[in-house]
Ligand binder design. Structure first.
Ligand code: HEC
Length: 314
């Protein structure tokens, strides 16, 4: 462990990479969101939404609003039924996702890349989480085009629209409509302001220590935690939410029942204490009830901390 703490101290002098100062705005004319459905097992149809709007903040939080009343099924009565029974007159659905902006800013005009994104679709009161692989083209200094690299499948049950689909079947006297829906998207974004200016590097500090490491790699490491921990505020699972964990006092998340060991530990979670805990959860806080053997590689810990820090800024 000594070796890691040393690395953290030295690397506190290291500075984060260049960032785009401006956010991005969705260009409705260049964007298209569609989904498919199959009825009677044989007839495939494409529906789309003609009105989209959205933004991506400088730190990569994408928020896209889908005007549900702009549904286009190519048959008027069907549009009305979709709005009434499936979307239950919800007005808009929102799609939120996180995009790694450092990767996007590094793209030269004409270059392409694929990025993994975790997204949440909120529709008429239901939240559907899904992973999407996105294909990104930097069209110009000020614009990027983002498309789904593969189809994304969304289950009508998860989206809470099963009852609405039942109703459509009844009205149209159909024996069946598929309950999982392939979705594709093409989203064009333009940079706010005129220019993609490479801002001077900035340092960000959490609990007075700058965390070095690769946040992208850290995100993968976090998969080892995500069965028990979420990063959203108030979302406790088997373990407490890790929302805002850097800089927090141990054992303080509301609504979570901690072991006495952790509760009384008096620890403040900073890069050093977290590194020690994650390397050896049982040894460092004896008697705590986190069923996790620890991360064996220093590198994984450093990267995970970078990811937690990045999330904290989101
Ligand atoms: C099998 C479930 C499980 C896994 C996997 C797991 N944890 Fe935990 N974690 C817990 C539980 C349960 C607690 C509460 C322990 C207690 O009260 O003694 C906890 C506590 C914590 C705390 C202290 C939180 C606080 O509010 O003080 C941190 C930090 C933490 N875990 C980080 C992680 C990280 C990072 C990973 C992945 C590398 C991870 N955990 C993996 C279940 C888990």
């Amino acid at each position: 462990m000594k070796h890691l703490i040393h690395a953290v101290t030295i690397a506190s002098a290291i500075i984060a990479g260049p960032a785009l100062a401006e956010g991005w705005t969705l260009v409705p004319d260049g964007s298209h969101l569609a989904y498919g459905s199959i009825k009677k097992d044989t007839v495939g149809e494409v529906n789309s939404f003609t009105s989209l709007s959205g933004t991506v903040s400088p730190d990569g939080q994408a928020m896209i609003e889908i005007d549900l009343s702009s549904i286009e099924t190519n048959i008027d009565i069907r549009n009305e039924r979709m709005i009434e029974y499936v979307f239950r007159k919800a007005g808009t659905a929102t799609l939120t996702a996180e995009i790694d902006m450092s990767e996007l800013s590094a793209l030269e005009v004409g270059q392409t890349t694929t990025v993994d994104s975790e997204a949440v679709l909120s529709l008429a009161g239901a939240d559907v989480e899904f992973d999407a692989e996105l294909f990104v083209v930097r069209l110009s200094e000020n614009s990027v085009l983002v498309t789904t690299n593969d189809m994304v499948f969304i289950s009508t049950e998860d989206a809470g629209v099963n009852a609405g689909v039942d109703k459509l079947m009844e009205l149209a006297e159909l024996p069946g409509i598929t309950r999982t829906v392939p979705v594709t998207a093409r989203l064009m974004f333009e940079l706010n302001g005129e220019q993609a200016s490479a801002e001077p590097a900035t340092t960000t500090e959490v609990a007075a220590v700058t965390v070095p490491g690769d946040a992208r790699a850290g995100k993968k490491v976090f998969r080892k935690c995500s069965a028990c921990h979420k990063l959203k505020e108030g979302r406790n699972g088997v373990g407490p939410t890790l929302f805002g964990i850097l800089g927090a006092q141990a054992g303080q998340v509301e609504g979570f029942k901690y072991s006495a060991a952790l509760n009384d530990s008096g620890i403040t979670w900073d890069a050093q204490t977290l590194s020690g805990f994650l390397a050896d959860p049982r040894g460092s806080v004896p008697g705590n009830k986190m069923q996790f053997p620890g991360l064996k590689k220093d590198e994984d810990i450093v990267n995970l901390l970078a990811y937690l820090q990045e999330e904290a800024q989101g």
